[in-house]
Design a binder for this molecule. Structure first.
Ligand code: SF4
Length: 269
């Protein structure tokens, strides 16, 4: 059987999770060659899903979804969604459209990820992947990375064994540590890591994520990680900091409506 570059590793009625990089190596200079896991809305392509707000299905309440997100949805996510629609990927499991149940092919997952370096959530929040599938993949990967903005949610606490809490301020980092997560955050040029944090070795020694293994939640005993915003990332970082301070002022109209609803929900709790 011809090997494809990607496999569906999970699916439900609303989203599909696709792992790519089995025949074509990824060329990302920071991460190195890793299997990339993409979490995509099924009903709309990623560009449209951002415009309509349906990306909430895969990003949850991540404050950066849409315009501020580091991922350019018009590039790889759009192409992968199209290839999936055209039946271009294999399946590491079976989806029952009637019941909405996904039955993973555990032997195939073991084969696909054996010895791999895996990047959970190249786009989309990896807590959308059921924990047993995350565990299976992590157990067989030589290394992995994963980050979630949904680390406060009560149902997501078991994911701290595998993923880092994405935090945007030092206060959030402290809360994440109190909740037993290891954390990951971006700091400004010239800013030092605070208690319990170290600088990502990619910035200090050129180590690539594929070989590092420090951003895998409690799977690593290392301190929490910070990276420094510089170059093109610096502009994005300022936007992120600005956003965290004034979330509603910095949203596009669709995000603003959703943001206001979320805040209303939180205030009513
Ligand atoms: S600490 Fe390691 S795994 Fe995390 S971002 Fe830096 S190089 Fe990648």
């Amino acid at each position: 059987m011809k090997k494809t570059n990607g496999y569906v590793i999970y699916e439900n009625h609303r989203l599909v999770v696709i792992a790519t990089g089995f025949t074509r190596k990824s060329a990302n200079r920071k991460t190195g060659n890793m299997i990339q896991i993409w979490i995509l809305v099924k009903a709309q392509n990623p560009v449209k899903a951002v415009l309509t707000g349906l990306d909430e299905i895969i990003c949850g309440d991540c404050p950066f979804r849409g315009e501020i997100c580091y991922v350019n949805v018009g590039q790889a996510p759009l192409a992968i969604h199209k290839t999936w629609l055209n039946g271009g990927y294999g399946y590491a499991g079976t989806f029952d459209n009637k019941t909405g149940e996904w039955i993973p092919d555990k032997a195939m997952l073991a084969r696909l990820f054996s010895g791999a370096s895996t990047r959970f959530g190249a786009y989309g929040d990896p807590v959308n992947i059921p924990l047993p599938i995350v565990k299976r993949i992590a157990d067989h990967s030589a290394n992995w990375t994963g980050y979630t903005h949904q680390w406060r949610a009560i149902n997501n606490q078991a994911y701290r064994e595998y993923f880092m809490a994405s935090t945007d301020t030092e206060e959030q980092k402290i809360t994440a540590h109190e909740m037993s997560w290891r954390s990951f955050r971006v700091i400004d040029d010239g800013e030092n890591p605070s208690d319990g944090e170290i600088v990502c070795p990619n910035y200090t020694h050129g180590v690539q994520c594929a070989d590092c293994g420090m951003c895998k939640g409690k799977g690593s005993k290392a301190k929490s990680i910070v990276i420094t915003a510089h170059g093109s990332k610096k502009k994005k970082f300022s936007k992120v900091r600005d956003y965290v301070s004034n979330p509603l002022d910095n949203m596009n109209p669709t995000q603003k409506i959703i943001g206001e609803r979320l805040m209303e929900k939180q205030n009513n709790k």
